[in-house]
Write a protein that binds this ligand. Structure first.
Ligand code: SF4
Length: 454
C-alpha cells in the first residue's frame, strides 16, 4: 500500500445527478480534447442498469481488474503475480479493444457546407472514423444507452444483475423500462490501494504523497498497458497517438498545495468526512475490488420512489417509502451489488435514512411538526439531521468544496509555478492546453499531457 500524508476525496450525490453530462463535457474540453484521446473520457456518466464504458467493465472475471486474496489471505492483483504479468507483457489478453469503448467518429461536414443548391435530394454528412479516416457505421458511443435508447436492449447484460436472484433478473429483463434508472458519473477513484500503480512495470504510475492523487509520469511510461488491465474501474486509457497511459488528474492544478495546519483544518470541515463517516450515507463504488476507492456515492433514492409511485403509494409519505425499501428487493439488491459488495442491509439503511430525512424536513417546513419517530428511525438528533439536509439539499459552493488553501509563505512560489504554466489550466502549454484551431472555430487542444514527478 502506498503511504500518503493526506488524501483528497469526493462524494457524488446520485439523487442530484440528472445525467446532463456537463461534467463529462467540461472535463473533456479541459483534459482530453486532443489527438490520441478521441475515445477517452476521464469523466463519463453512465446509465444504470447498463453495461457502462468500456462495455461490461465491472465483470472482473473477464477483465481481471483489482485485487483478490490469495490462499494465504494476502492481497494479490487479480491479473496475477509479477511473473505471470511479465509473461503477458507483449500479449496481454485482458485489454479492452476500441470496440469495447467505441470507435470515435466525426462527420464529413464539407459534404454539407460545399454542396451546391439542389432540389432532388438533401446532402448527407457521412460518419468518418477519427482513427482511420474511413467511412464507418456508428454502432456504439460513450452514452449509447442513455441518449440512444439502448438500455432495454443492453441493460440486461449489466454485470451487477448477475448477483441478483433468477426471479429478480427475469423481472428486470421483462419489465426493464418500467423498473428503474439512474445515472452514475465516474472518474478515477484515486484509490488508497491503487492496482494500476502496483501493476506498472515501469514505475510510471504513482500516488502523490502530499494529497493521494494518482498520476502517470509521461517520461517514464513505456506503454505496457498493465495499468489498464489492473484498474477495475477501467479509468486508465492509452493515448492512441503517443501509446502512453493517461488518466484523470483530479484536476490537480485546481487543488492548491496546502500545508500542515491548512490540511488539518480542511479535513475537519470536510463534507466528505461528514457524509462518509459521521452520517454514514456515502458508499464506495465496488469495495470488493479492494483498491479502496476515494470517490464515494450517496445511493439514489429515486429508484425506490419510482417504485412507490408505480405501486400507487405516496412518495412523500415516509411509511410508504420505508415499506417499499423493505419490500422492493430489486432496486436495493441492485444498488448493493454496486456499492456494498452485495450487502443489502447497508444500502437499505442509507436509503431509510435519506427517506426519513426528506419526510422529517417536509413536515417541519410545512407546519413545524417535529416527528420524533423519524428521528428515531435515523438514529440521529434534530441538529444532525438538519445539518445532513443542508449538506445534501442546499449547501453552497464553499460548503461543498473544502480544499486546503495554500500557506501564505508559499504564495510567491505558487505564483511562479502558475506563471511558468506548469500548473495553470489557462496558460498555453499547460496540462491539457495549447494546440491549433481547426474547422469553423472549433479548437483542438493538442499539447501532450505533461505530468512529471516533482
Ligand atoms: Fe488506479 Fe484510478 Fe483505477 Fe484506482 S481507479 S486503480 S487509482 S486508475
Amino acid at each position: 500500500m502506498v503511504r500518503v500524508l493526506a488524501q483528497v476525496a469526493m462524494v457524488m450525490n446520485l439523487d442530484k445527478c440528472i445525467g446532463c453530462h456537463t461534467c463529462s463535457v467540461t472535463c473533456k474540453q479541459t483534459w482530453t480534447n486532443r489527438e490520441g484521446t478521441e475515445y477517452v473520457w476521464f469523466n463519463n456518466v453512465e446509465t444504470k442498469p447498463g453495461i457502462g464504458y468500456p462495455k461490461g467493465y465491472e465483470d472482473q472475471e473477464r477483465w481481471k481488474g483489482g485485487w483478490v486474496l490469495d490462499r494465504k489471505g494476502r492481497l494479490q492483483l487479480k491479473s496475477g503475480g509479477r511473473v505471470k504479468r511479465l509473461g503477458q507483457i507483449f500479449a496481454n489478453p485482458h485489454l479492452p479493444t476500441i470496440d469495447d469503448y467505441y470507435e470515435p467518429a466525426t462527420y464529413d461536414y464539407d459534404a454539407l457546407l460545399s454542396s451546391p443548391a439542389r432540389t432532388d435530394d438533401t446532402p448527407v454528412a457521412r460518419p468518418i472514423s477519427r482513427l482511420t479516416g474511413d467511412d464507418m457505421a456508428i454502432t456504439w458511443g460513450a452514452n449509447w444507452e442513455d441518449q440512444l435508447g439502448g438500455t432495454a436492449e443492453h441493460g440486461p447484460q449489466d454485470p451487477n444483475l448477475a448477483t441478483l436472484t433468477p426471479e429478480a433478473r427475469q423481472k428486470v429483463k421483462f419489465e426493464f423500462e418500467k423498473t428503474f434508472l439512474f445515472h452514475l458519473p465516474r472518474i478515477c477513484e484515486h484509490c488508497l490501494n491503487p492496482a494500476c500503480v502496483s501493476a506498472c512495470p515501469s514505475g510510471a504510475m504513482y500516488k502523490r504523497e502530499e494529497d493521494g492523487i494518482v498520476l502517470v509520469d509521461q517520461d517514464t511510461c513505456r506503454g505496457w498497458r498493465m495499468c489498464v488491465t489492473a484498474c477495475p474501474y477501467k479509468k486508465v486509457y492509452t493515448n492512441t497517438s503517443t501509446g502512453k497511459a493517461e488518466k484523470c488528474t483530479f484536476c490537480f492544478p485546481r487543488i492548491e498545495a496546502g500545508m500542515n495546519d491548512e490540511w488539518i483544518e480542511a479535513a475537519q470541515l470536510s463534507p466528505i468526512w461528514k457524509l462518509a463517516m459521521k452520517f454514514r450515507v456515502a458508499l464506495p463504488l465496488h469495495p470488493e475490488y479492494r483498491t479502496m476507492p476515494m470517490v464515494w456515492y450517496i445511493p439514489p433514492l429515486s429508484p425506490v420512489l419510482d417504485a412507490v409511485k408505480d405501486r400507487g403509494g405516496d412518495e412523500t409519505d415516509a411509511d410508504d417509502v420505508f415499506h417499499a425499501i423493505a419490500d422492493l428487493r430489486i432496486p436495493v439488491e441492485y444498488l448493493a451489488s454496486i456499492f456494498t459488495a452485495g450487502d443489502s442491509d447497508v444500502v437499505g439503511g442509507v436509503l431509510m435514512k435519506l427517506a426519513a430525512m426528506r419526510s422529517y424536513m417536509r413536515e417541519l417546513t410545512l407546519d413545524g411538526t417535529v416527528r420524533q419517530d423519524l428521528l428515531d428511525a435515523t438514529g440521529m438528533n434534530a441538529e444532525d439531521l438538519e445539518e445532513l439536509y443542508r449538506l445534501l439539499a442546499i449547501a453552497k459552493y464553499e460548503d461543498r468544496y473544502i480544499i486546503p488553501a495554500a500557506a501564505k509563505r508559499d504564495a510567491a512560489e505558487l505564483e511562479d509555478t502558475a506563471n511558468s504554466a506548469a500548473c495553470s489550466l489557462e496558460k498555453d502549454g499547460a496540462p491539457g492546453m495549447g494546440g491549433e484551431t481547426v474547422g469553423a472555430g472549433q479548437v483542438l487542444f493538442g499539447a501532450t499531457l505533461q505530468v512529471r514527478k516533482a
